[in-house]
Design a protein around this ligand. Structure first.
Ligand code: GUN
Length: 314
C-alpha cells in the first residue's frame, strides 16, 4: 500500500505558485488577490476561511476578508457581491458556505461574476465543466484530480465509484472522472442514500472516492484488493490518544481498509490540504485571465509570431 501524501503535493504546488508570484512581482505586476465573504460565526467556516487566508499569504497572494453578522439580509449580501464583481483589483472571490437559512444560496451564487467564481460553484462554471470547456473546477474535486495526476494513477477504462452526490464534491467528481482525457475516461458509478446493493457496487471499484460525510463508513469488506481509495471525509471525534482530546478521521476506516489498497489518502494530510491549493490555482488562473500579457494592446495582440499562450490569443 502506498500513501497518497496530500501534504507533500500541496507544498509542491504551493512552491510552484509562489515562484510564479515572485516572477510577477519582479516584472512589475501586482500580486493575485483572493477575497472571501464570511457570514455568521460558524466555527468550521471560520477555521476554513482562516486557513485560506494563511495559504494566500504563504504564496504571496493578497487576501481580504469581508465579514458580516448572521443577520445580514439577502439584498445587502447581493450588494457586497456586486461590489466585488466590479472591483478590478480582486481577481477572484468565494462565499463560504453554508449561508444562514434566510438567504437563498442559489440567488447569491447566480449573482457572482463567473469569471471571478474561483470555487467553481456558479452554474455557468458547472455547465462549462460538464461539457468539457475551460472552467474553474470546484476545489476539492480539482485537488483529487491533481493527486491522481501527480501519483500517475491509472484512471482510463477503470471502474470508479463515487460515494455522495453533493454539489461541492460527489457530483462534480463523478463528472470529472467520466470526462475525456487523463485523469478521467473512467466508468463512473455515483452512489447516494437511495442506492441499493452499495457494498456490491463498491467491491467493483478500481477507484473508490468516499465523500459521504459519515465517519468510517467505508469498511474493508466493501473494498476490492488493490483498489485506490480517496477519502474526502473529515470528522472530529473524541480521543484520549491526543492532547487536544479529539482527532480527525475520514469516511474510510483507514487502519483496516489500507491493508487492501494499492493507494490510499490519509485523514488528515490527504484530500483536505489539496482543497485550498486548488483554490489558489484557480485564483492564479483568474488573475491571468484578468491581467493581459505584456504583448496585449487595445485588448488584442497583433504579433503573429507571439507564442505567449495567454487566453487573449484564443
Ligand atoms: N463549505 C464547505 N466547503 C466549501 C468550499 O469548498 N467552498 C466554500 N465557499 N464553502 C464551503
Amino acid at each position: 500500500m502506498k500513501l497518497i501524501d496530500g501534504k507533500f503535493i500541496a507544498n509542491q504546488v504551493k512552491g510552484e505558485i509562489k515562484k510564479e508570484v515572485v516572477q510577477l512581482l519582479d516584472t512589475g505586476h501586482r500580486a493575485p488577490h483572493l477575497a472571501a465573504i464570511l457570514v455568521g460565526s460558524d466555527p468550521a467556516s471560520q477555521t476554513y476561511v482562516a486557513s485560506k487566508e494563511k495559504s494566500c499569504h504563504e504564496v504571496g497572494f493578497i487576501s481580504s476578508l469581508y465579514k458580516y453578522p448572521e443577520t445580514i439580509s439577502e439584498q445587502e449580501l447581493l450588494s457586497v457581491i456586486d461590489f466585488l464583481n466590479a472591483d478590478t483589483e480582486i481577481d477572484g472571490f468565494i462565499i463560504q458556505l453554508p449561508l444562514p437559512k434566510h438567504i437563498n444560496t442559489d440567488h447569491i451564487l447566480l449573482r457572482m461574476d463567473p469569471n471571478k467564481d474561483v470555487d467553481g460553484f456558479h452554474p455557468i462554471n458547472v455547465g462549462r465543466m460538464a461539457t468539457g470547456m475551460e472552467a474553474f473546477l470546484p476545489a476539492t474535486p480539482a485537488g483529487i484530480m491533481e493527486l491522481l495526476k501527480r501519483y500517475e494513477i491509472e484512471t482510463i477504462g477503470k471502474n470508479c465509484v463515487v460515494l455522495g452526490r453533493s454539489n461541492i464534491v460527489g457530483t462534480p467528481m463523478s463528472i470529472l472522472m467520466s470526462r475525456k482525457g487523463y485523469p478521467g475516461d473512467a466508468t463512473v458509478t455515483l452512489c447516494h442514500s437511495k442506492t441499493t446493493h452499495l457494498k456490491e457496487i463498491c467491491l467493483q471499484a478500481d477507484i473508490l472516492i468516499a465523500a459521504i460525510g459519515k465517519p468510517h463508513f467505508v469498511t474493508e469488506d466493501m473494498v476490492k484488493e488493490g483498489a485506490v481509495v480517496i477519502d474526502v471525509g473529515i470528522h472530529r471525534v473524541p480521543s484520549n490518544e491526543s492532547k487536544t482530546g479529539y482527532k480527525l478521521i475520514g469516511d474510510v476506516d483507514f487502519d483496516n481498509v489500507s491493508k487492501k489498497c494499492s493507494y490510499i489518502t490519509p485523514v488528515p494530510g490527504g484530500v483536505g490540504v489539496m482543497t485550498i491549493v486548488s483554490l489558489l490555482q484557480n485564483t492564479l488562473k483568474a488573475y491571468k485571465n484578468n491581467t493581459p500579457c505584456d504583448c496585449i494592446e487595445d485588448d488584442h495582440c497583433d504579433d503573429e509570431s507571439c507564442d505567449c499562450g495567454c487566453h487573449h490569443h484564443e
